[in-house]
Design a protein around this ligand. Structure first.
Ligand code: MSP
Length: 525
């Protein structure tokens, strides 16, 4: 059933640059969505890849003294290497230099041309190679250095005058506005939706969709002096993957995409140009585009020239993979801009992971190992002291699902961590270690309640921290088929043998800190 499919995409990344936190972040958010949906029983298609054409990449290749194809082969590899390094689970990695993609772009072009929405003209206006975008003069300003820049992005623009094919975007204003109105979930968050609607209401100009002054791209069918505008080419990747133009292809069932995840800088391309191209070609537009915010580094805008880009692979080396994934999804409300601070990273690693979650697992599992014969203890009668915790843990799947459907990742994590906080308070209040002598049956029951709660929160934390949660579920002897959300209500069976517990979330150790003093010296001090 089509309802059960979930197609999610990352933007495809320009190969002029090595990957940094911005790229890692968008893909991570998609990975969390994809993993959640798989666990929730959906037929998921998760696509990422690289955007390898255009003037920007052509220039980067020339600067490196390389042929563009050899250059893109090399740089796209660094994006593929990010997949295992960040624990991403894409179903495919697309490259716009693949032959199937040329075929899809040219087919889409021909459809739009046949519909009368592409015509030949001449472009005279401003273009930014860095943004690969055309700007109206009113969207630019001249700086004190006499250079003209795009106001929104700060990228330099240059005057371009050349023959060009145009997409008749001006004719799409009303149809786009109607589409936004009929599909209130199409652009999120709301603030971006408002921005796009007011941009479109302000009137649309025809869009130049081909260039003649560079060569590195997909040639226009029947007029190879023209190379397609890189955004026409790039956006098409999302349907190339589904087999376009062959609507009988096995992957066509995934179209229209459920979610294009993008950064706030590329909203206009995805919510104005893309649905217009598709509707002009008679193809259904995607269901939703979510635009997340940007990271700064310790309060500073991240830029190559400032030399302050953040390499997530280095973060993983220092803090751990799941710690990094957790931090990026927890620290900033998704959709807002966020500031990366090392102190905050250390703080989350220690307090949320080592102290709250790790400690809960560690103390409960070690009491069970020592006192309950290393097996899941016996469940006893539920009391009023147990119900609030168990009810909250049981209700957490529905609560988290709701947050994930809105891409409110940090709220999904807060929901899970509320249960963890309650569980830690329950341990303190019930003091199972003290019940050993007075009421061993109650002690076993309290430990059962805790193990069952840990199982539920761990199932829900899987999309965020796949490795650590797998290790905790191993320690709870939860079999592979017990790890999907279909098994969420399958309670821990008393008597199941458990392996010896092991800590999963270490505290942060500063590699630059002096080694701790030997024990004796510390005693004296
Ligand atoms: N190639 C285009 C996308 C084509 S999609 C059909 C592109 N590529 S990009 O490599 O420049 O950027 C990809 C993504 O990285 C964008 O979504 C952008 O928002 C994101 N980020 C780049 N720097 C960022 C931060 N500092 N913080 C968060 N995300 C940022 O655009």
């Amino acid at each position: 059933m089509s309802d059960n499919r979930f197609y999610i995409t990352t933007p495809i990344y320009y190969v002029n640059d090595v990957p940094h936190i911005g790229h890692a972040y968008t893909t991570l958010a998609c990975d969390v969505m994809a993993r959640f949906m798989r666990l929730d029983g959906k037929d998921v298609r998760f696509l990422t890849g690289t955007d390898e054409h255009g003037q920007k990449v052509e220039q980067a290749a020339a600067n490196a003294g390389m042929d563009p194809k050899a250059f893109t082969d090399k740089v796209s590899q660094s994006f593929r290497d990010l997949v295992p390094a960040m624990g991403y689970s894409p179903d495919n990695f697309i490259r716009t230099t693949e032959p199937r993609h040329y075929a899809a772009c040219q087919a889409l072009w021909n459809k739009v041309l046949a519909a009368g929405d592409i015509y030949l003209g001449k472009y005279a206006g401003w273009y930014s190679v860095r943004d690969e975008a055309f700007y109206a003069e009113s969207e630019t300003e001249v700086g004190p250095d006499n250079k003209r820049r795009a106001t929104a992005s700060g990228a330099e623009v240059a005057w371009v005058e050349e023959p060009s094919y145009f997409f008749r975007l001006s004719a799409w204003q009303d149809r786009l506005l109607k589409f936004y109105e009929d599909n209130p979930r199409f652009i999120a968050p709301q603030s971006r939706r408002n921005e796009v609607i007011s941009f479109v209401k302000g009137g649309l100009q025809d869009l130049s969709v081909s260039r003649t002054t560079f060569k590195w791209g997909v040639p226009v069918p029947n007029d190879p002096a023209h190379i397609m505008y890189v955004w026409f080419d790039a956006l098409t990747n999302y349907i190339t993957e589904c087999g376009y133009p062959d609507e009988t292809a096995p992957n066509w069932k995934y179209w229209p995409a459920d979610l294009h995840m993008v950064g706030k800088d590329i909203v206009r391309f995805h919510t104005v140009y893309w649905p217009a191209f598709l509707m002009a070609a008679g193809v259904a537009p995607p269901k939703r585009v979510y635009a997340h915010g940007w990271w700064t580094n310790e309060g500073q805008k991240i830029s190559k020239s400032l030399g302050n880009t953040i390499d997530t692979v280095a973060l993983v080396k220092e803090f751990g993979l799941d710690q990094t994934r957790y931090f990026l999804m927890r620290e900033v409300p998704f959709g807002n801009d966020g500031d990366f601070r090392r102190a905050a990273m250390v703080q989350r690693m220690d307090s949320d992971l080592a102290n709250a979650y790790g400690n809960l697992c560690q103390r409960v599992l070690s009491i069970v190992a020592k006192n309950c014969g290393g097996a899941v203890p016996a469940k006893g009668p539920l009391t009023d002291a147990d119900r609030p915790l168990l009810d909250k843990a049981r209700g957490a799947l529905a609560a988290v699902r709701e947050k994930i459907n809105e891409q409110a990742f940090n709220e999904a994590l807060t929901t899970i961590w509320e249960v963890i906080g309650d569980a830690n308070r329950y341990v303190d209040a019930q003091a199972p270690w003290a019940l050993a002598k007075t009421d061993p049956a109650r002690r076993d029951h309290v430990l059962w309640v805790l193990i069952e709660t840990i199982r539920r929160v761990t199932l829900l934390a899987q999309p965020f921290m796949p490795g650590s949660t797998a290790r905790i579920l191993d320690q709870l002897a939860v079999p592979a088929e017990g790890r999907s959300f279909a098994a969420f209500d399958r309670e821990m069976a008393s008597g199941t043998a458990l392996p010896a517990p092991q800590g999963v979330f270490p505290r942060y150790v500063d590699p630059a800190a002096p080694a701790p003093a030997p024990k004796q010296a510390r005693k004296k001090a």
